[in-house]
Design a protein around this ligand. Sequence first.
Ligand code: PEP
Ligand code: MG
Length: 565
Amino acid sequence: MTGRLRGVGVSAGVVIGPVAVMAGAIPEPSMEGPTASTTEAEVAAAATALEAVATDLEARGAAAGGDARDVLEAQALMVRDPGLAERVAQLAGEGRGAARAVWESFGEYRELLAGAGEYMAARVADLDDLRGRVVARLLGVPVPGVPDPGHPFVLVARDLAPADTATLDPATVLAFVTEEGGPTSHTAILAKSLGVPAVVGCAGATGLGDGTTVIVDGAAGLVVPNPSKEEVAEAERRAAARTATRGAALAARGPGATADGHRVGLLANIGGPAEVAAAVAAGAEGVGLFRTEFLFLDRQTPPTVAEQQAAYQEVVAGFPGGKVVVRTLDAGADKPLAFLSPRDEPNPALGQRGLRAVRRIPEVLADQLEAVGRAAAAGAGSGTEVWVMAPMVATAAEAGWFCAQARRQPIARAGVMVEIPAAALTAPALLGTADFASIGTNDLAQYAFAADRLVGELAGFQDPWQPALLRLVAMVGEAGLRAEKPVGVCGEAAADPLLALVLVGLGVTSLSMAPAALADVRLLLGRHTLEACRGLAQLALEADDPEQARARVRETATGAGDLGL
Ligand code: PEP
Ligand code: MG
């Protein structure tokens, strides 16, 4: 394969490296016994495969050294367990194929471990990994899971789940490329937090052969297989420029502003108190989106006011003199809750979700607002301003209702998220009652394009450079300027440094993003005046498609090349 592959760039940076494709799960070997082989041959094949896997684990351990060696040697011991070999031989002797005999034998150990308490249950994943390695060898198929080619590589997969990446060594992954997943997928979030380039929704990527050299451009969403010498030289130049510039960018602190001093709050998106430290370390001025669902997930009843207050207070305490915007519970659709979400909705994304869902059980919202109010009162002494906003607001009436509830508490400002096209279209009315708006571009794209944000094949519609999405943002920005009320962006769009300039040009007054994205955004913003941002916004709005919008802005913006964008 030589053609360029295009996807959606979700984490900036340029790298050149060899591909390693993550293999899918190993299918369960069939029950049928050996056909073209004798029982003895199957027993011998199983023994050879077990030994080969054990030897391979030891070799990897020796190469890695340190703790990894101990772990891998312990795994080799598990594979060499005489009891396991005996059971495999017994099952193969009864007429099973080697792969099936191995599968079943590991399965028996697996059941024993899974029933032996929490610590041992954790070893089940190790056992599954080992079983996959032995069976893959016997079936002649690639080993499932994150590959380990023994050198840095570009990880290519259909999609990545948290379980796949839990044991990933970030030092060896140069970039992520996935066929599925959109800008809000686990891959995108992980890549941003690790600071490695990533392209998602990249059709055809898993067709790249292992070891193929590719250039990954995580800003443009481009993968170039077998690049020419000139292309490699250009990519190396851009990567070097980015490295040189990033050092200063990462160290920069202070309030975000354009080159001519127009203030733009640079805030962090967080999902709980555990993420505060990273946000502070990255120089966030505060929190622009505090997703509170973590308190409510996996529960049969809502958390108490005191429980919520403790969590909110912890976050508020992290930003003395700053701002924390708490989003009230956003249940439903991609975030279902046992006690709140109806089970039988035909289309949950268009059903009882966000503010609508909590309006059905108003005490859930009342408790949450009370907890936020208490945390705000506790943080007032250190000068932290606490704002609150509702997700999935569709009408001015809903905005009015929510703000009235919030204003019963000592909360500085009550606002709404703009995530539904109807809300963007009626932004002046919403801002008639709400103190501020925050645009959730992830859902706004989903609803504007009628394209599920979780479906990788539709990732192109989630591209925040889509001119239609930008026009909706422009409506809200304009309404904010007229009403003299703040309008933030807290969807993934804010994390793209070039797009951040466009958003500011459209009237957005603060940008909230994954902490790792703050440095690039801060740097580029400081190189452009407000007027320049407005010019870039116009270019993007007038483009025919997302690629053209991005290309035009990239060509015109100052210093995009320095960041390898
Ligand atoms: C959004 O929709 O853009 C947003 C920020 O909210 P979430 O991703 O939590 O739905
Ligand atoms: Mg949303």
